[in-house]
Write a protein that binds this ligand. Sequence first.
Ligand code: CAA
Length: 699
Amino acid sequence: MSDKIAYSRHGDIAVLTVQNPPVNALSQAVRQGLWDGMDRAEADDGVKAVLIVGEGRAFFAGADITEFGKPPMEPYLPVLINRIEASPLLVVASMHGVSLGGGLEVALGCHYRIAVPSARVGLPEVHLGLIPGAGGTQRMPRLTGVEAALDVMTTGRQIKADEAAKLGLIDEVRDGDPKQNGIDYTQSLLDAGAPRRPVSEMETPAAIDWDGAFETILSRGRGQISPAWCVRAVQAGVEKPFAEGLAAERKIFMDLMETDQRQGMIHAFFSERAVGNLPELKGVEPRALQHIGVIGGGTMGAGIATSALLSGFQVTLLEMTPEAGEAARKRIAGNLSGALKRGKISQDKHDAILNNILSVVTNYEALSDVDLVIEAVFEEMSVKKTVFAELDRVCKKGAILASNTSYLDVNEIAASTSRPEDVIGLHFFSPAHVMKLLEIVVADKTAPDVVATGFELGKRMSKISVRAGVCDGFIGNRILSTYRTAADHMILDGASPYEIDKALEAFGFAMGPFAVADLAGLDIGWAVRKRKRAEGIDPAARDSSYADKLCEDGHFGQKTGKGYYDYSAGAKARVPNPDVMPLIEAERAQQGISPREFTAEEIVRRYMAAMVNESAKVVGEGIARRPLDVDMTLLFGYGFPRYRGGPLKWADIVGLPELLADMQEYRKEDPHFWQIAPLLEQLVAEGKTFDDLNKAAAA
Ligand code: CAA
């Protein structure tokens, strides 16, 4: 037998204990071990029942994702589960930790299921671009009905044991040791003469409007296809005999396995976990973190303070006046009441945070004891330097001084203190208590343990933390500024903001760039443009001023009710602002441009080429350590569609030679903007991909 499964006898019960740390993924060795374990139990004299239980953190976390994309190896999971279900013995699953995907499907192949109250179950395959592929779409609806099953598998959400019991997925919830619980429960079933109870033999549930459900779920997925395909698999299970339904499910699963979406989602799964795994941090101990200071209580500062409070930190927030302090406290209270409503914190915790854990102060001396302080004041170097001089004066030795700047030079900020080794950039995204991304900006003199502490903070705040080097805009905003410029050029040449937003939303972005600009506030881009013009713009660069005119008229987007869109009927009911196209047309006329047509395909192609080119420069210059750092930045901070994996994964899939050829064409029109990244040219010359760089970095 495989060493992944331990076989033991407890009276009439054979126990198969799974030992495949860290999460008991159903690798080939585990599948083989379960198969052999069933054979052995059936041949073992006196055995009347088999109990399957996991050791360590989980029952099973599902199929072994590292095996995806490789040739399938026997025994195949659906065949194994059928074999377990068909056993003449009584088969019981005792679940704890997670039972996900193939893990829950193994449990559904057993005749009875018991779980501890903390157990969570789910069919998260849609998050990997797949559908449940080992009978989940066939067995679950027989236990829960079609609607509940579709809800669980199309959202991929994890459900707790008590909800799973209510749905009919778990027969009994009992506290205690999973193995002992399982043995006691199985014995009670044997004592009661409980029959084998294969789910595949249960009645098929009632049909629903399959085409309607398919279309609704497809449109919800913003281009992601796998959730909608769950509907077709469940439909086959309801309309056909079990074996045929299972075959239909398998066919859809295998077809989805071949898709770009599956590749993109699995890249996202592993990159999300690899992003904080940096060789430079190996063995570096983070500094102690308990008390956090925040300077500035505007939307950003209040969001950062909320995130820190919700993550268990003591927070002292500094504002300049008692009135501003009161406004900051109100913002935080508003954020916390949202968390209370969503069930993230209890009323007691909410009250304790506001009354005891948060202090709002107006003097710097109150920050003398903080372990780390994050400055979130106005984005202006002279203001930042004044703040850092004060922090340098009052903060204790070893305290980390962080700036939430989104563009400014962290080296220059660090140099304005007597302790540049303690200075770092911690760039949150608004609203900071909601958005997952945290850019950890490492300046030339930042000490390694300060970097490690930044990652520790991100982990405790449940953020996706990405290491970035210092440059204008770091990883995310630098790339954003380039692809936004590509969009602006297309507008000058004939596309409308609405065509561009529509094309990119169809590509899968949560929002197009002009809708995003309206949400963030057009004054932000205006300030950046003014700063850049003051610094001096290269005369060869294309520029335009129509967006400035919108701002000069007081239209800053959603917050003023008008920007590229008109929001009079609400934020969701956006309609094009009729003032915008005349401004654009006037600009084109003034620049002597005859507008031309852009197809949605060309819009996406140019926009993505600009994004990939700048991303390649960011990696080539070492601002991002690896391509996957760029991918995760765009995914978690900029609404990039997860099912495409990130811009550089998308580039690999589309083909780097094709993208380079496009850029060389665009370069003929505008050599200033389309300066091609040397790294991209090098990869094409060597026949390599961005993912090869990720792999080399992991080796
Ligand atoms: N296969 C292979 N490795 C897996 C895995 C899986 N199914 N699930 C987790 N791991 C690995 C992770 O990559 C990670 O590895 P490193 O330590 O090397 O980075 C390690 O296990 C621990 O995982 P996490 O860091 O994510 O730990 P966590 O405690 O935060 O979360 C978890 C644990 C909830 C199981 C989470 O890892 C998770 O959601 N895993 C994916 C579960 C899943 O999608 N299962 C369905 C698989 S598809 C399927 O089963 C298809 C089918 O029907 C046949």
